[in-house]
Design a protein. Structure first.
Length: 296
């Protein structure tokens, strides 16, 4: 079972709780438990992982908010222009920050080559539409829907792709944010405040940089029984039925069986995590690390 459908999960849970006829739990209840279990699997096992290209570091900006973030844009049709058009991102729901950017024409000066963000958007629940005045071009946003963690960041500079040094938030503040005077340059280090879901870059970029971010996120909910789960994959999707069954039985105050399936779930968490191996590594270009690797 590489890609499971929502129907597969529902059937698995119904069998575990002995409710194939939906006498105790409605189909909608089981679907809610399945989607909650998928979130738990993603949070516990860090298995919904994306390598996102085209993420932009904005000149002079140190702090980047992750929830519902618009982090870049891909031009799908450059249109025909003699001057850069005005770029407008749809606004987010109340309380969010609207993404902003400017169009950059190609070397021939007759079409849009890229869109440079001047402000990340945040608080979006869906990817916003991008419009142009005058019209003619089209673009799609690069969107962090449910990102809750960052594994590593690459910065692109000329022909070089280099990994930024990661430091814990406390260490980053002690060594990289000690001075209030901020100079701008190529970013060299980053950290994340996990509770506020904010990423910090130091030094702040001295221009627009295009980056590659390896991120962890929650899966999008499955709605229809025919929906295919392409985000939680084997072996991690094997654990969903046990977590969902535990949640369902908890609702019926069947605590012994709920605890039994919770243990079945918890047995799989460390085993699957160990199978993934490590995620963050030290800077591979560090000479001390290179000597350590050479020594074996």
């Amino acid at each position: 079972m590489l890609f499971a459908t929502l129907q597969t999960y529902v059937t698995q849970v119904q069998r575990l709780v002995h409710d194939a006829s939906s006498a105790q739990f409605s189909a909608n209840e089981i679907i809610d438990y399945v989607n909650t279990a998928r979130d738990d699997v993603a949070l516990d096992m860090h298995c919904v992982r994306q390598f996102v290209t085209g993420v932009q570091g904005i000149q002079g900006q140190e702090v980047y908010s992750l929830p519902g973030a618009v982090v870049g844009a891909n031009v799908t049709n450059g249109g025909s222009y003699t001057a850069p058009p005005v770029v407008v991102f749809d606004p987010p729901p109340q309380g969010g920050v609207q993404a902003q950017g400017t169009a950059v024409l190609n070397q021939a000066g007759n079409a849009i080559a890229t869109i440079n963000l001047t402000q990340w958007g945040s608080g979006y629940t869906t990817a916003p539409n991008i419009s142009f005045t005058p019209s003619g071009a089209s673009a799609t946003p690069i969107f962090f829907a449910n990102v809750f963690q960052v594994n590593f960041i690459y910065n692109i500079w000329n022909l070089q792709r280099y990994m930024l040094n990661y430091r814990t938030f406390s260490m980053f503040c002690a060594y990289y944010r000690a001075w209030t005077t901020i100079f701008e340059s190529r970013p060299g280090a980053w950290t994340i405040h996990p509770e506020m879901l904010q990423v910090y870059l130091r030094p702040p970029p001295d221009q627009t940089y295009f980056m590659e971010w390896d991120v962890l996120s929650l899966p999008l909910p499955l709605v229809n029984l025919t929906d295919v789960d392409r985000e939680v994959r084997p072996p991690h999707n094997k654990a969903i039925q046990f977590r969902a069954a535990s949640l369902a039985l908890m609702k019926n105050n069947n605590f012994d069986q709920s605890e039994y399936f919770e243990k079945k779930y918890e047995e799989r968490v460390p085993r699957y995590i160990m199978g993934n191996g490590g995620i963050r590594i030290p800077n591979p270009y560090n000479r001390n690390l290179q000597r350590m690797v050479a020594r074996g």
